[in-house]
Write a protein that binds this ligand. Structure first.
Ligand code: ACO
Length: 334
């Protein structure tokens, strides 16, 4: 995989409706103090009824395309990382293509490859690896990678062990082989998984959920998780994957400008930073405002870091994530 690959547009979409810890105190037996101490989360955003993952995703996509100066007609591939697609079929990628006005009659005979994939919270990292592969095979490709989640639709708001953790959001990037308008080069990526750990995090609603018309929806419809086992795996996998990608690229921690880990829990973020031994000022966190938005956390964090002046084009940035599957991985930007 030798052809260089660049991010030339970045965008995010945060639903306006906010749900605070105090709002959750009214739904389950919990407290702002417990949630803040155990997770760092203060609030999360949730989609309004009738607004779906594809709607949030298309807003993020438009922002990324605007920045890249790329029109929808120029896109060759749309990849959507999501574990909460609008439907099992059609793909959220096809819905986003339709909302962007890309169709078989829009001039290119519909020659846009559209697909969703599910690597849970590692979706954005897996997606950048996919984009690199596509650009290596087709150097003229223009890839729109969208990470969008509507986790509130699969959150059990009677289960205090999970409902305090998640939120909705989307992020998107435009990836191409040319350095025209480049913000960062996607220098390297590494993706891993361990399917023997598939039971640690589950979101129901797939074909394993046998629901007949008139049935009451059961607990297996919602997110379930073995919190502490996930916590331990998250710290170990993100630390090791980060060390591995830095070593194989000969980049030291001192050379890194910013470290953006998956935003699931402030304690996990701090533990990974400490194990790596990276300056805490270089570790970015915004989980306080959004909770865990799964695949969307990394592009949303990149956009927030940029807005705060902490992330600028050409900086050396390490992204790392973990999620259901289990999956994990890292990306080095420069
Ligand atoms: N409010 C008050 N008390 C609570 C709450 C709550 N919201 N949730 C759990 N508790 C209670 C428990 O019942 C337990 O009580 P007990 O001791 O009487 O049994 C106590 O608090 C401690 O519970 P633990 O589960 O041991 O708390 P822990 O410190 O492990 O924190 C947490 C739980 C926050 C879930 C943590 O384990 C975690 O963050 N794990 C990782 C989760 C994660 O990152 N998932 C990401 C992947 S999701 C995806 O891929 C889509």
């Amino acid at each position: 995989m030798n052809h260089p690959c660049y991010i030339c547009g970045l965008g995010s979409c945060i639903p306006p409706r906010v749900m605070t810890n105090h709002d959750l105190e009214k739904l389950v037996e919990t407290s702002d103090e417990w949630i803040t101490t155990r997770t760092g989360i203060k609030e999360r955003h949730v989609l309004e009824d009738g607004v779906n993952a594809s709607d949030c995703g298309v807003s993020a996509a438009r922002a990324a395309l605007d920045e890249a100066g790329v029109s929808p007609e120029e896109i060759t591939h749309i990849f959507v990382a999501t574990c909460t697609p609008d439907y099992l079929c059609p793909s959220t990628a096809c819905l986003i293509a339709g909302k962007l006005g890309i169709s078989a009659s829009s001039g290119r005979m519909g020659r846009v490859m559209c697909m969703d994939f599910n690597a849970a919270c590692t979706g954005f990292v897996y997606g950048l690896e996919l984009a690199r592969d596509v650009v290596a095979a087709h150097p003229d490709a223009m890839v729109l990678l969208v990470a969008t989640e509507a986790l509130s639709r699969r959150t059990n708001f009677t289960d205090r062990t999970t409902c305090v953790l998640f939120g909705d959001a989307a992020g998107a990037v435009v990836v191409r082989g040319s350095d025209k308008g480049a913000l960062w080069q996607v220098r390297d990526s590494v993706c891993s998984s361990d399917g023997s750990l598939h039971d640690l995090i589950k979101i129901g609603g797939g074909s394993a959920c046998h629901v007949k018309e008139g049935d009451v929806i059961g607990a297996d419809w919602f997110i379930s998780m073995q919190g502490m086992a996930v916590f331990k795996h998250a710290v170990r996998s993100m630390t090791e994957e980060s060390q591995s990608i830095l070593a194989r690229n000969g980049v030291s921690l001192e050379e890194l400008d910013l470290f953006i880990p998956h935003q699931a829990n402030l304690r996990i973020i701090k533990a990974v930073g400490e194990r790596l031994g990276i300056d805490e000022n270089k570790v970015f966190a915004n989980v306080q405002h959004y909770g865990n938005t799964s695949a969307a956390t990394l592009p949303v964090a990149m956009e927030d870091a940029r807005r705060l002046g902490l992330l600028r084009p050409g900086m050396k940035v390490l992204l790392t994530s973990f999620g259901g599957g289990m999956t994990w991985g890292s990306v080095l930007l420069a």
